[in-house]
Each structure stands twice: as C-alpha cells, then as structure tokens.
Write a protein that binds this ligand. Structure first.
Ligand code: FE2
Ligand code: FE2
Length: 183
C-alpha cells in the first residue's frame, strides 16, 4: 500500500516509532476483522496516527496555528491534531472517520466512531512495542469486549496524567460502565 511505503520512509530514522506504527496497523486490522469494520479505513488511520509524533514543539505549534486548533490543550496531544491536519494536506484523506480517529487517538472522545474506537485500543495494546503490567489481559479483553478495553485505557489516562484532557474526562463518563461489566 502506498501510504505504508511513505510512512516507512518518513520514519526510517525512528525505528522504534515505526515498529509501534506497524504494530498498531496489525492490531487495528485484526480488531477490524473481529468487529466487522472496514479494514482499509482502519489501516489508513493506524498508519498515519503518529505521523507528526517526531516533530519539534515549534513545528507542531506552527501546524496547530495553521489548522486552527486550540493550543491550550497539553502539548503531548498536539501530534494527534497535527496528524489529522497532515493526513488531509499531504495524503488527501477527507474521510471524516479516519481524520477523527487520528485526532482523538491520544485523548479519546465521548463520541467515537468504530474506526476511532479501534485505533484508540490498538494504539494501547499493539504487540510490537507496548509492554506494561496487564497488557496481555487487555489484549484478550479487546477481542471480547472493545468497550471494556476503551474504558480501561481511559481510566489509565485519567489516573496517570495530572491534568487529563477534557475529552478524556468526558469520554470516561460515557464508557465507565463498561469497566464494571468486565470485572
Ligand atoms: Fe500518538
Ligand atoms: Fe501511537
């Protein structure tokens, strides 16, 4: 696929990041198969989701301005907004589900399309570089109950980050019931 080739070229000097992106791509396609979601759209979102991750803060700031994005959110989330911007500007992606999935992949959002939900989970549990206590259980859970896995990631973000993004807090309010179901 053309996009995969370009992303591989762009991340050639960042092998760890490339491994992560390819891991997210594999996981997202497998989840799309499991849940009957269009694999091609999920794969495009996965391949492009961290396209802006290695930019400097100044570069990111430039694109945040160009895209008209709110700069008051935590700079760690900027690459998601800039990634969605570049997906359109450089890769001519206009599919709103793909763009939304890239935009919300670090924070989550109270209203997520299936493409966004799959990317949000795949980014957390991909098998090439992600390693943290409980990840194996979450990998199993993702294929049994996607909402529960989303809930656990949101809970992780809220408890690990001092000032979670407002979208993360709002998303947790929507998905929190699924954590309880999975217990
Ligand atoms: Fe990211
Ligand atoms: Fe990522």
């Amino acid at each position: 696929m053309e996009i995969k080739h370009i992303v591989k070229e762009r991340l050639r000097e960042h092998p760890g990041r490339l491994e992560h992106v390819l891991g997210v791509n594999d996981e997202a396609i497998a989840l799309a198969k499991r849940y009957g979601i269009d694999e091609d759209r999920v794969s495009i979102a996965a391949l492009l989701h961290d396209i802006a991750k290695k930019m400097t803060l100044e570069e990111l700031r430039k694109y945040m301005v160009l895209g008209g994005f709110d700069q008051s959110v935590h700079p760690k989330t900027w690459h998601a907004y800039v990634g969605a911007y570049l997906a359109t500007e450089e890769f001519q992606i206009i599919d709103e589900d793909i763009l939304e999935a890239i935009r919300v992949h670090t924070t989550g959002h109270p209203v997520m399309s299936p493409v966004s939900e799959i990317l949000f989970v795949a980014d957390f549990i991909e098998r090439r570089t992600r390693d943290f206590p409980g990840v194996q259980r979450l990998r199993e859970l993702a294929y049994q109950d996607l909402n529960a896995c989303i809930c656990y990631k949101l809970n992780h973000l809220i408890t690990q980050i001092a000032e979670p993004h407002p979208d993360t807090v709002a998303a947790y309010e929507v998905y929190k019931e699924y954590c309880q179901i999975a217990k």
